[in-house]
Each structure stands twice: as C-alpha cells, then as structure tokens.
Design a protein around this ligand. Structure first.
Ligand SMILES: NC(=O)c1ccc[n+]([C@@H]2O[C@H](COP(=O)([O-])OP(=O)(O)OC[C@H]3O[C@@H](n4cnc5c(N)ncnc54)[C@H](O)[C@@H]3O)[C@@H](O)[C@H]2O)c1
Length: 384
C-alpha cells in the first residue's frame, strides 16, 4: 500500500498544533483537485475554519491552492487515503471531513478498475474508520450520478434504484453503502451528495474542459454516440451544496446536486463551437458502452433541504471558460479569426482510422429541436 509522504505545509505549524483547534478544523480529502480546491477557497474565505487538505496529487495540483499559501489556516498534507495511518494523523482533531479524494472519472476507472476500487472503496472505508476513531462529527461524501447507471426514468429521484454500469459508479455505490453502515454501526454522521456533471475552472480531462481547449485551437469536437443528455452543474453550486450540507445538519438523506435540466451533448458542442473565436468542426464517433446515455436529476430535495435554486440555463457560466483560452489561442495565431457557425462533419472525413458504425452520420440528423418543459420537477427539463 502507498506510503505517507512527509507533510508539505503551507503554514508554519505542525499537525499537533492543528489538533488543538478541533472545533474549527475541517479536512478536505482531494482538496487539491477540481471541486476540492474551490471548496477550500470557499471555506477559507467565509469561515474561521482551519483547513487540512489531504491529497496524493495524483490528479490534484498544489498550484490550485497557491493563492492561499500564506494563509496560516491552510495546511497541505501529501498523503494517500489508501494508507490508514497517514489518514488518521491528518484527521485527528477535526470536526468535519469533506471526502472528495477519488479516482474521479468513468474512463479512468475503466482503464484501471483495481485502482478505482482501492481508492474509492477501501479509501472511503479508511476515511470513515479514521473519522470514527478520531471522533469526527460529520463526513460529507462526494458521490456521483453514476450510482444510478442508466436511469429507469427521467428526472432521476434519489430513491430510484442504484444500478451502476461502470466501475466508477459501482465504487461510489459501495462508498455510499459504507457511509450508511458506519452511520448505523458507529453513529457516525454521514451525508451523501450525488453530483451530476460539475464544470468550472481547474477541471481537466472531462468533456467541457476538453472541448473548450479543442475549440480554442480550432480543433474538431468529437462526440461519442451523440445521443447523450447530460445534467451540468456549475462549480459554485457544487461548493454551495457541500457547505450547506454541513451547516444544515447531520441527518440529511442522499441529495442530487444538479441543475435539473438536461443538455443534449450535441447542443453543448454547438454552444462551445459558437463561443469560440474559431471555426470548430463537430464529429460524431461511435458510442462508448461504459457511458450512461441520459441523465437529468430531480432536484426537489436539493431545493427543499439545501435551499439551492439552480439556474434555468445550466450552461450560463460557459462563456467564462471560453474567453481566456479563445483569446490566447487567437493571439498565438492558432485559430481562424472569425467566429462562425459550427460545421458538422462525418467521422469518415475527419478521422479515417477511427471509422465505425456511426461514421458518416451527420449531426443534423439528430433533430435535436430544443424544448423546455414548463412544470419544474415533474418532467425532465431539456435545455435549449
Ligand atoms: N467533477 C465532477 O463532475 C464530479 C461528478 C460527480 C462526482 N464527483 C466526485 O467529486 C469528487 C471530486 O471530484 P473532482 O472533479 O474534484 O475530481 P479531481 O480528480 O479533480 O479531484 C480528486 C482529488 O483526489 C486526489 N486523489 C485521488 N486519489 C487519491 C488518493 N488515493 N489519496 C489521496 N488523494 C487522492 C487527486 O489528486 C485529486 O486532487 C470525487 O470524489 C468525484 O468522484 C465529481
């Protein structure tokens, strides 16, 4: 199993010093990652908390926390949640753990399911056990919409069956199960938040950052399948849900954290292409079988319990991600200067080695006419 690497501290104090501040100490596992680093920023900005980040930097970056390196309330511990000893040393004296560290992508887990299992299942077990041993009051678990697998209906309610279809989703189902078990067996307060597709600055390797980068360089946006409907949620809303889950108490049921509005993947591609200062082609490739095709969350529980109202347009913040990249790419002379309507091309023309059943299919053939269902919460809303 992984070893603990000596702490790299952003502050001047050691772990013992922090243990004395138990009332104010919170731990964020995965705090150098995408969601975690935004959460850390929020905690430091709006609370008196001493924040201990536990991260092995497999995907996270210290640079994500760089703006706070002089803040004495922040401590970074380079440790692996698969190592119980390192974890307990970091957790000692904390009141709350936000557990976000994970093998966090569907494709990553598919390529290395053993790593996903040890990190997401054993790692979560270790976090919960450390919480019990160190008498931590509350653990917030970052679960995923992938626990539902291919939904039996839309929008998906929290009580719908958990039928994960990939290793990532399965590992989150197991993590949730241990949260419930530890709650019953040891009285540990656990809250499960099931995030839909979160987007925002610092994300990497997922569809929006990949396409934003490609669009900024005038490169083709590749769509696997083209039938997908995705529920996107802006990073600030995800952070808000995490913070409120602690403030609002310890007996919350699992909660979908989502927009409640489905975006057709082809519409996402079109919007990114239209925002880019470049001519950006779009191509349809064969579908990938591990991916859930359609997901829209029912967000009634989020509204009622967390008092969070999602925006009508889940992609309203998309331009914030596009502008800087598009501008820099244009400055570098990488892309064509004028924005234009996205061109739809066949796989055959754009990517000869990857031809498949879907090769040659034209995007326009999907007839993705936008519709919005007016009554919120009862039928899935599909974004324009
Ligand atoms: N981003 C999304 O759209 C999304 C959606 C649903 C659920 N989630 C969940 O939210 C959490 C945060 O997601 P994210 O998007 O910020 O992912 P991320 O990959 O950016 O962050 C995860 C962090 O965990 C760290 N980490 C990984 N394995 C570790 C280990 N064994 N020990 C210690 N640290 C480890 C990584 O270095 C990284 O900093 C994850 O649990 C993820 O499964 C994310």
């Amino acid at each position: 199993m992984a070893t603990v690497v000596p702490s790299w501290c952003l502050n001047t104090g050691g772990m013992e010093e922090h243990a004395e501040q138990s009332a104010n100490k919170v731990v964020v596992t995965g705090g150098a990652g995408f969601i975690g680093s935004h959460l850390v920023e929020r905690l430091l900005a709006t609370s008196p908390a001493h924040v201990v980040v536990v991260d092995n930097l497999s995907r996270g970056r210290l640079a994500h926390l760089g703006a706070h390196r002089t803040d004495t309330r922040l401590q970074f511990v380079k440790a692996d949640i698969r190592d119980p000893a390192g974890l307990e040393a970091a957790v000692e004296g904390a009141g709350v753990i936000y557990h976000l560290a994970a093998q966090s992508t569907v494709m990553g887990a598919m390529h290395d399911p053993a790593h996903a299992f040890t990190t997401n299942v054993i790692g979560t077990f270790n976090v919960l056990r450390a919480a019990v041993r160190c008498k931590v009051a509350h653990v917030i678990f970052a679960s995923s919409r992938q626990v539902y697998g291919e939904p039996i209906r839309l929008p998906v309610e929290e009580n719908d069956p958990l039928m994960a279809i990939n290793s990532y989703g399965a590992s989150k189902v197991a993590g949730e199960a241990f949260c419930r078990a530890f709650r019953r067996e040891f009285g540990l307060h656990t809250t499960i938040l099931r995030f839909a597709n979160v987007y925002g600055p610092r994300d990497v390797g997922r569809v929006i950052p990949l396409w934003v980068d490609r669009a900024a360089h005038g490169r083709v946006l590749e769509i696997y399948g083209g039938e997908q409907i995705v529920d996107f949620v802006w990073i600030d809303q995800a952070v808000e849900a995490l913070v409120r889950a602690v403030v609002l108490g310890s007996s919350l049921p699992p909660i979908n954290v989502a927009s409640g509005t489905g975006t057709r993947i082809v519409d996402l591609a079109r919007r990114i292409a239209a925002l880019a200062s470049a001519h950006v082609p779009i191509a349809i490739l064969p579908p990938r079988s591990v991916e859930v095709t359609r997901f829209v969350a029912n967000v009634d529980r989020m509204r009622q319990l967390l008092q969070i109202e999602p925006p009508l347009d889940p992609l309203v913040h998309l331009p914030k991600l596009l502008s800087p990249l598009a501008e820099s790419a244009t400055r570098a002379g990488v892309v064509a200067p004028a924005a234009s309507a996205p061109t739809v091309s066949s796989v055959a023309a754009l990517d000869p080695p990857r031809r498949g059943a879907a090769a040659g299919r034209q995007l326009e053939a999907h007839a993705v006419g936008a519709r919005r269902v007016s009554k919120r919460g009862s039928r899935p809303r599909i974004a324009v």
